[in-house]
Ligand binder design. Structure first.
Ligand code: URA
Length: 209
């Protein structure tokens, strides 16, 4: 069964408070989201395998550890997911980045992928799907189905804030996917916003309305 991890590190929680504040402007919001994404990546990659190698330090030979070739892929869901990519890349610069853009057809209610571009070897990569606001869970659910259909085997989901409704959808549909959050909030309101949340993550990141 997939696990839900709320990363309650004091730095993450402190920065999240300022991300939530209505008075935080676009520049600061962007910077804080990047910083939190980096801090979250630090926790999410805690189980990456390492191997021992022998190196020469200026003093002596030493057996030290290095990442043992597990390949990472980041898959931000457009558009708000883009806001977390650079923060993660600052820690994992060799990660490849795919993109998924989708919407629900208002008539059929089926997901329509309007954009998808992925690394060619996604089946060999540990993929981190990035969806800052896990509200109903619809987009993340559809994106994860899309990745699995294309061969992805190892997927983690990273969100800033989730509503319980969204978490339930992912647990139900993708029990193999671990979910990493900075906060599990109270609920969704009648317009689909997470409460207390932070408003529209895409608009706040890109300064649109
Ligand atoms: N997407 C957002 O950006 N904010 C919400 O509260 C819900 C979905």
């Amino acid at each position: 069964m997939g696990n839900v991890y709320v990363l309650d590190h004091p730095l993450i929680q402190h920065k999240l408070t300022y991300i939530r504040k209505k008075s935080t402007g676009t520049k600061e919001f962007r910077e804080l989201v990047d910083e939190v994404a980096g801090l979250m990546a630090f926790e999410i990659t805690r189980d990456l395998p390492v191997e021992e190698i022998t190196i020469d330090t200026p003093v002596t030979q030493a057996k030290t550890k290095t990442l043992s070739g597990k390949k990472i892929g980041l898959v931000p869901i457009l558009r708000a997911g883009l806001g977390m990519v650079d923060g993660i890349l600052s820690l994992i610069p060799a990660a490849k980045v795919g993109h998924v853009g989708l919407y629900r057809d208002p008539e059929t209610l089926k997901p329509v992928e309007y954009y998808i571009k992925l690394p060619s070897d996604i089946e060999e990569r540990e993929l981190i799907v990035i969806d800052p606001m896990l509200a109903t869970g619809g987009s993340a659910n559809d994106a994860i189905h899309s990745l699995k259909k294309r061969g992805a085997k190892n997927i983690k989901l990273m969100c800033l804030i989730a509503a319980p409704e969204g978490v339930e959808v992912i647990k139900e549909e993708h029990p193999d996917v671990d979910i990493y959050l900075a906060s599990l909030d109270e609920k969704l309101d009648e317009k689909g916003y997470i409460v207390p949340g932070l408003g529209d993550a895409g608009d706040r990141l890109f300064g649109t309305k």
